[in-house]
Ligand binder design. Structure first.
Ligand code: G3P
Length: 224
């Protein structure tokens, strides 16, 4: 299962990429705007942290088919392992179909139903990104939508991965792991929440205290 970071903040990316096994970085226009940096420079900055083999996903702003295709080709050529995010509007689905013919890597995004995810997979999207928390916020069941979509993709052997997006807590991520989601993209705070438990730190402190009560300061190598 893939763990992707949903952020454009290079400090967060560097920190989490250094400590964890991270399979990619996703951005969207809101995430990029938050950083207030030139788009192309930001992608290059992220690239310099994660290296050329780790996928970076970035989204088109255009909404018309022809413009989406043109913008997607520009984004796709920014670096080697670039996934272009295309929202699953009517024009977007057409753009996905066209861009796949041209060999562009695609992440279909802004997915709110399993039907939309199915249509994007059928159009050839490499990733399909349902928005868990935004579905929950409209009295839907984000985990259930993602679960249905994973089932459809796996049952019919689509060449797409479900990358669940839009999380507000770590429990949503766990619920999706239990239904076999292929990939999740999480903001840094949720990634940190997945890592942390106060009793882990307490346990480490207790181990050190017990050790030093008998052997004094130092480690198993006996070096101080
Ligand atoms: O990247 C798309 C998705 O993760 C958006 O998340 O938190 O803005 O709903 P959020």
């Amino acid at each position: 299962m893939e763990l992707i970071l949903d952020t454009g903040n290079v400090i967060e990316i560097e920190d989490l990429y250094t400590h964890l096994c991270i399979d990619g970085v996703t951005t969207n226009p809101s995430i990029v705007s938050k950083e207030g940096k030139d788009f192309e420079s930001l992608i290059k900055e992220i690239d310099s942290i994660v290296g050329r083999y780790i996928p970076i996903h970035a989204q088109v702003i255009s909404t018309k088919f022809e413009d989406m295709v043109e913008e997607a080709l520009y984004i796709s050529n920014l670096r080697e392992n670039m996934y272009v995010k295309i929202p699953v509007t009517k024009d977007g689905l057409r753009a996905i179909k066209e861009l796949k013919k041209q060999g562009v890597k695609i992440t279909a995004t802004a997915i709110f139903t399993a039907h939309q995810g199915f249509l994007a997979a059928k159009a050839g999207a490499d990733y399909v990104a349902p928005y868990v928390n935004r579905i929950d916020n409209i009295s839907g069941d984000g985990v259930s939508v993602v679960s249905d979509l994973v089932n459809i993709i796996d049952t019919y052997n689509f060449n797409s991965k479900v990358v669940a997006a839009s999380f507000k807590n770590a429990q949503q991520v766990l619920d999706l792991m239990k239904v076999g989601v292929h990939s999740v993209t999480v903001p840094a705070d949720i990634c940190k929440a997945m890592m942390a438990h106060p009793l882990t730190n307490w346990s480490v402190d207790k181990f050190i205290e017990d050790w030093s009560n008998v052997f004094g300061e130092g480690t198993t190598t006996n070096k101080k």
